[in-house]
Structures are given as structure tokens and as C-alpha cells.
Write a protein that binds this ligand. Sequence first.
Ligand SMILES: Cc1cc2nc3c(=O)[nH]c(=O)nc-3n(C[C@H](O)[C@H](O)[C@H](O)COP(=O)(O)OP(=O)(O)OC[C@H]3O[C@@H](n4cnc5c(N)ncnc54)[C@H](O)[C@@H]3O)c2cc1C
Length: 261
Amino acid sequence: MLVPESLGAAQAALADGARPLAGGTYLMPRLNDRATPPTRLVSLRRAGLDGIAVSDGAVSIGATTTFARIEDDARLAVLHPCVRSIAARPVRSLATVAGNLFVRQPYGDLAVALLALDAVVEIQGAAGPRTLPLERMLPIGVAENELVTGVRFDIPVAFRYHKAGRRRFNSASIVTVAAALTMADGVVRDVRIALGGLAPRPLRCEPAERALVGRPLDEASVRAAAAEADPLIEPFDDAYASAWYRRRVFPVHLRRALLGH
Ligand SMILES: Cc1cc2nc3c(=O)[nH]c(=O)nc-3n(C[C@H](O)[C@H](O)[C@H](O)COP(=O)(O)OP(=O)(O)OC[C@H]3O[C@@H](n4cnc5c(N)ncnc54)[C@H](O)[C@@H]3O)c2cc1C
């Protein structure tokens, strides 16, 4: 394992065929049980990629910033329900923002929240830095010689996050719903909805958004939004829930996320 002390040195290690390791809370168990083949690792812990900046509602979070650090930062209250829904504090002290963008469902709760927040991902490769909307990055990932260096988003007027697991704390997602909302004159003016636990990767749900815009946020409009989302979702079976169950309870959790009951 290499432990470079700068981004440049981390990139050099990647170019040599090493794989990025952040908190290791996802990758290490898979290496230990050989679900992932052994590989050289480049730890990003000392590469100078952590940090949080908030200015005029614009948030920038470094790739290796841990969930515990987000949880302890009052300026990031918008993300607190999300990070507190992930694992327990010892794992949150290691797990990082960028690592969450690459895990398989039913993990990736922060990625769901960031997708609803329309986050932009900062990426560093041999050719220099580039940015990509998270929505475009999630299906394709990044190249082997690239690193995510951070994420950026604007704090929305209203944000809802709801995660259903087998237990209230320390459980992977059965259904996760995140939504950034703008209301005007009693109707939804703008909404961006992202779902977890309901597809192989975090899913933006535009049909549900369209069903809500221009309507009051109430039982009828949320039921209509869930019906519009149904053809889009691709729930799966795992140790937490069956695909059938996930599809069945999704409308309930969309309602809980958007209406609070
Ligand atoms: C007990 C337990 C409970 C958990 N519960 C949840 C949960 O409820 N919800 C949830 O979302 N997750 C959960 N997780 C999974 C995990 O903790 C998180 O998803 C975490 O965010 C992964 O981040 P990491 O820094 O540990 O990633 P790592 O394990 O270090 O890496 C994960 C992947 O990301 C890649 N990667 C990491 N950083 C970068 C980078 N900067 N650029 C490019 N690639 C990179 C790695 O190569 C690897 O493929 C849980 C884990 C445990 C052990």
C-alpha cells in the first residue's frame, strides 16, 4: 500500500496501476473476503483532499472528508439526516464522500442525497482537472487513472431525506428518498428527486418530478408521483429486502419523505 502525501504523488501511483483507497469501509471487507481481487492500493488519506468550504450557500467538500466531519459541521445541516442514516459513528469516522460515489446499492446513501442536490463532481486526471455533474458520472464512473477530488452543490431552499432500513440506525437502505424542493404560491415550483435501493445505482426520478410541478404537495400529488416513478424503478433482492417488497413500499416512503407522514 502506498500512502502519498500530495495529489500529484497519488496520481503517479494510480498511473502505476494502484487502486484508490479512501476510508476502506467498503473496499477493505471485499479485499479481505476476496470478492475483489488483490491489488496495489494508494491510500488517499494524506493526499490533502479533505476539507469543507461554505460560502453564500455554495458548498464544496473534499473527496476524503469523512461523514463524521460533515456530521460535526453545523453549516452542513442539510446533509446531517443523510450522514446520520449511514452506519454508526466508528464507520462514519472513516467513510468518505468520494468513496460513497463508487459503492454498489443498497449503499450509496450520500450519493442519493448529492444527486438530488444536483452536485457536481471534481475529477483530476493525467490531462488535468475536469468537472462532471454527478448524474452523468454515476453511470460511467471515472477512468482508472482519475481521482475524484471533491463535490460541489448549492444548499436548496428545502431538502427532504428519508431512509427506510431494517432498523432505524446502522442498516443499509431498503428505500432511500432525497428531494430538493422549491414551493411558490402553495404549489411545487421545482423539485429534484433521487432514489436509493430501487435500482442498481442512485436514480434520478424525473417522471415523479414532472407529476409534482405545478401541483400542491399533498397525498394526491405524491400518489401520482409514485405511480409515474413505478415503471422507472428496478428494485433488487438482497439480504435486507426483496425486490417485490421494495417496489411495494416505495410509495409509502416517497410520501414519508415529501409529506413527513
Ligand atoms: C458496517 C457498515 C455499514 C455501512 N452502512 C452504509 C450505509 O448505511 N449507507 C451507505 O451508503 N454506505 C454504508 N456503508 C458503506 C461505506 O461505509 C460507505 O459507502 C462509504 O462512503 C465508503 O467510503 P470509503 O471512503 O470507506 O470508501 P473505500 O472503501 O475506501 O472505497 C470505495 C470505492 O471508492 C473508490 N474510491 C474511493 N475514493 C475515491 C476517489 N477519491 N476517487 C476515485 N475512486 C475512489 C475505491 O477505489 C473503491 O472502489 C457501510 C459500511 C459498513 C462497514
